[in-house]
Design a protein around this ligand. Structure first.
Ligand SMILES: Nc1ncnc2c1ncn2[C@@H]1O[C@H](COP(=O)(O)OP(=O)(O)OP(=O)(O)O)[C@@H](O)[C@H]1O
Ligand SMILES: [Mg+2]
Length: 268
């Protein structure tokens, strides 16, 4: 069964809506996601590739209901996400988390590592109990899972490198034991070798915790390494989707071919 399934999903941004304060192209509206249907199966990684502005982040955010679609439907474990009540949505939020591109912008600089990772546990509840020791224990367990240790509990984000910060962000996303994670260009801001370590960590965590990923990237080699299947996005539409090997060895769509040509081989 599909863990998450979207049908005819469309997001049109209209002029003046920009939450980011960005300027929109002429015409008054942008069809950021245009009639997209796809599913992601439990335990797999669906890689989502496409050039800048093709709608990848918008699709990822729609799937978590961080933004509302213009039309279409989303099912998570068979449940209608867009019809969910506030209470149901609160419960569903535990199951669906996001890892961001920029580890410098995504961690609040005023909080210590311990508090950054503990925050979702305090909001959603901690499987180890709600007491201070229970929270601390869970935070230490999460730090170890992402290759860090408890000596950093009392430190602040600015004391860490990009790769370490991304590990802290991953620990925070994992805190509430999610099933589905949208990783939105999690290695694009990092050096290639540091990015490779993070990609390997994500693969390890998937095996350890049975996670399902939507892995967004503009880099075909990175996506190919991690993904079970790949969806290629172009101007708001999925132009091609299939097994990673099929997409990379026998691309059908000219745009997929151009993406493959644009990206040199790298080893992860
Ligand atoms: N909040 C917003 N308001 C208005 N337009 C937006 C908003 N967010 C994105 N867009 C527009 O929607 C389109 C898709 O943007 P999106 O960020 O989803 O693309 P992307 O594939 O993630 O790009 P990138 O690779 O640069 O991250 C772009 O034309 C963008 O300018
Ligand atoms: Mg994006």
């Amino acid at each position: 069964m599909a863990l998450i399934e979207v049908r005819n999903l469309t997001k049109i941004y209209s002029r003046g809506e920009s939450a980011l304060g960005g300027k929109l192209r002429g015409g008054g509206e942008v069809r950021a996601v245009d009639d997209v249907s796809l599913e992601i199966h439990a335990g797999e990684t669906l890689g989502l590739v496409g050039e800048s502005g093709s709608g990848k982040s918008t699709l990822g955010r729609l799937m978590l209901r961080l933004i509302e679609p213009t039309s279409g439907s989303i099912r998570f474990e068979g449940q209608d996400l867009l019809g969910a009540s506030r209470g149901e949505m609160r419960r569903l939020r535990r199951d669906m988390q996001i890892i961001f591109q920029d580890p410098f912008a995504s961690l609040d600089p005023r909080f210590r590592v311990e508090d950054i990772i503990a925050e979702p546990l305090i909001i959603h509840g901690n499987p180890h109990g709600t007491g201070r020791d229970g929270i601390r224990g869970r935070v230490v367990e999460l730090l170890r899972a992402v290759g860090l240790d408890e000596s950093i509990l009392r430190r602040f984000p600015h004391e860490f490198s990009g790769g370490q910060r991304q590990r802290i962000g991953i620990a925070r996303a994992l805190a509430v034991r999610p099933k589905f994670i949208v990783a939105d260009e999690p290695v694009s801001a990092l050096d290639v070798s540091v990015g490779a370590q993070i990609v390997n960590l994500l693969a390890q965590l998937q095996r350890d915790f049975g996670l399902t990923y939507l892995f967004i990237s503009h880099s075909m080699p990175v996506v190919r390494y991690l993904s079970t299947r790949i969806a290629v996005m172009y101007r708001g539409k999925i132009v091609e989707v299939g097994a990673s090997e099929e997409i990379t060895e026998r691309p059908q769509h000219p745009y997929t071919r151009s993406l493959l040509e644009a990206t040199p081989e790298i080893s992860v």
